[in-house]
Design a protein around this ligand. Structure first.
Ligand code: EPU
Length: 420
C-alpha cells in the first residue's frame, strides 16, 4: 500500500499553477453525453476520479481520449448502453452526474447508488424528485436507480435544500427537455457556474447562472465544443493553508481569488498575510495564528471541503477555534488523526473545538477521505519529525500528484510502498 512520508518543519516557498477543478471536470464530462459531436476539454485534472469517470463512459461505449496532461477528447455518439458499470459507479459520488444527461439524451439510464467519500448520509432523493418533476419514471431497487422518460418536459423544481448534485443533474436534464424549467433554491458553487457555462457554450439556453433561481429553455440538441475547466478552488485553498501552517511564502497562479473569498477573509482574520491579484494569491504564513469561529455553508459561504484543512491550521492557533459543519453530518473522521499528530481537536455534535497547541509531532495517520487527506498533509508538513499518511487512494481522488506539487514548494514529502 502506498503512503506519503512527510518530514515536517520546512516552510514552503515558491509558486504553483492551479489545476482544473475536480468538481467541475466531472459533471462537464458527464454533460458531454448531451452533445451531438466531439467535445474537447482542457485543464482536466489528472486525478483518479477523472480516470474512474473515463472508465465508466468507456464501458458504456463512449470514446474518451485522455493522457493525464489536461487535454481530453470525448465522443459520446458511440454509446452502446445506458447502464453504468456498478463496480466503477461505487467508487465516487459524482458518478450519479451521468443520470440527468442519460435521461435527457437517451430517455433512460440505470446507475447504481453512488459511493465515494464517507462523509455521513449522501442520499440522491433530491435528484430523483427533480427527474420525476421533469416527467421521468424513476425506480430504485436493490441499490440500482433506473429512470426512463419518453421525453422530459419543463417543470418548476424548488429544491427543499441546497444541493450541488441535484442542481447539476436537474440543470443538465432540463437543457434538452420540452419547454421551460425553473430551478429554485439552486446551489451556486463556481463549479455549477462552470457547468452552466459549458452547457451554454454547447447551445443550451440558461438564464440566471450563479443565482438561486435559474430558468432553462429546452433546446432540441446540444453541439460539441472546446472548453477549459475552471481552477480548483479547493486545491488552491489547501495549498494556501499548507503555506500558512508551515510559516511559508506560497503563491498560487491561474486561480480565481473571488471563488475563495470566504477562506481568504478567514485567513486574514487568522493573521495570515495575503496578496491578492486578478488571478493569483500569495500567502505569507505569520504567527500567531489567531483563533476564529466559522460555520460551513453552501457557496458563497465557507466550503465544507476546506473545513478539515482549516482545522489543521487552527491546531497551531493561539487560542480556541470552533468550526461548525452544516453540510455533511459525518465529516469528522479526520479529527482523531489530527489528535495523533498532537492536535487538541474535539468533536461535539456538529461542532469541532480546536485548542491551539505549541507544536505538532509526526506520527502515522490514516486519511479517511479526500479533504481529510489534504488536512493531514498540511498538518504533517508543519509537524516536527516524520509522519506517514495512509489512505493515499483518497488523496489521489482529488489532488493531482500531491507529493510532486508540494516538493516543488520545498516540502520533504515522498510516496513509498509499505507492506501492511
Ligand atoms: N443531500 C440530500 N439529498 C440529495 C442530495 C444531497 O439530502 O439528493 C444532502 C447531502 O446529504 C448533504 C447536502 O445535501 O448533506 C449537500 O449535498 P450536495 O448535493 O450539495 O453535495 P454533493 O453533490 O454530494 C458536492 C461535492 C462535494 C462537496 C459538496 C458540498 C462533487 C462531486 N462533490 O457533493 O465535494 O463537499 O458538493 O459542496 O461535486 C470533495 O470534493 O471532496 C467533495 C466531497
Amino acid at each position: 500500500m502506498a503512503r506519503l512520508v512527510v518530514h515536517g518543519g520546512t516552510p514552503l516557498h515558491g509558486s504553483l499553477e492551479a489545476n482544473g477543478a475536480k468538481n467541475a471536470a466531472l459533471p462537464i464530462m458527464a454533460a458531454a453525453l448531451l452533445a451531438k459531436g466531439k467535445v474537447t476539454l482542457r485543464r482536466v485534472p489528472n486525478i483518479s476520479d477523472v480516470w474512474t469517470l473515463t472508465g465508466i463512459l468507456k464501458a458504456m461505449g463512449c470514446k474518451v481520449e485522455y493522457d493525464g496532461t489536461g487535454l481530453m477528447e470525448l465522443d459520446t455518439s458511440t454509446l452502446t448502453t445506458t447502464k453504468a458499470p456498478d463496480h466503477l459507479v461505487r467508487k465516487m459520488n459524482a458518478s450519479f452526474d451521468i443520470m440527468g444527461p442519460l435521461l435527457a439524451a437517451y430517455g433512460e439510464g440505470e446507475v447504481s447508488l453512488p459511493g465515494g467519500c464517507n462523509l455521513g448520509s449522501r442520499p440522491v432523493d433530491l435528484h430523483i424528485a427533480g427527474f420525476r418533476k421533469l416527467g421521468a419514471e424513476v425506480n430504485s431497487q436493490k441499490g440500482f436507480v433506473r429512470a426512463t422518460a419518453k421525453k422530459l418536459h419543463g417543470a418548476h423544481i424548488l429544491f427543499p435544500k441546497v444541493s450541488v448534485g441535484a442542481t447539476k443533474n436537474c440543470l443538465m436534464a432540463a437543457t434538452v427537455a420540452d419547454g421551460e424549467t425553473v430551478l429554485e433554491n439552486c446551489a451556486r458553487e463556481p463549479e455549477i457556474i462552470d457547468l452552466a457555462n459549458f452547457l451554454i457554450a454547447m447551445g443550451a439556453k440558461i438564464h440566471g447562472v450563479g443565482r438561486q433561481k435559474m430558468r432553462v429553455t429546452g433546446v432540441k440538441q446540444l453541439h460539441g465544443i472546446d472548453y477549459s475547466v475552471v481552477a480548483d478552488r479547493i486545491e488552491v485553498g489547501t495549498y494556501l493553508i499548507a503555506g500558512a501552517i508551515t510559516g511559508g511564502d506560497v503563491t498560487i497562479l491561474g486561480c480565481v481569488p473571488e471563488h475563495l473569498s470566504s477562506l481568504l477573509d478567514l485567513l486574514k482574520e487568522m493573521g495570515q498575510e495575503l496578496t491578492i491579484n486578478e488571478d493569483s494569491i500569495r500567502i505569507q504564513g505569520r504567527r500567531p495564528i489567531t483563533p476564529i469561529s466559522v460555520s460551513t455553508e453552501p457557496y458563497p459561504g465557507f466550503p465544507t471541503d476546506l473545513h478539515p484543512q482549516l482545522v489543521a491550521l487552527a491546531t497551531l492557533g493561539s487560542g480556541t477555534t470552533t468550526v461548525t459543519e452544516n453540510i455533511f453530518n459525518g465529516r469528522f473522521m479526520y479529527a482523531m488523526e489530527l489528535v495523533r499528530l498532537g492536535g487538541d481537536v474535539r468533536v461535539s455534535h456538529r461542532d469541532v473545538v480546536i485548542r491551539g497547541v505549541k507544536q505538532l509531532d509526526g506520527a502515522p495517520v490514516d486519511a479517511p477521505d479526500i479533504r481529510a487527506g489534504g488536512a493531514l498533509v498540511c498538518a504533517a508538513l508543519a509537524a516536527h519529525g516524520e509522519s506517514t499518511i495512509s489512505g493515499v487512494n483518497f488523496i489521489d481522488r482529488g489532488y493531482q500528484e500531491i507529493e510532486k506539487r508540494l516538493s516543488l514548494l520545498g516540502a520533504k514529502i515522498t510516496r513509498a510502498d509499505f507492506e501492511d
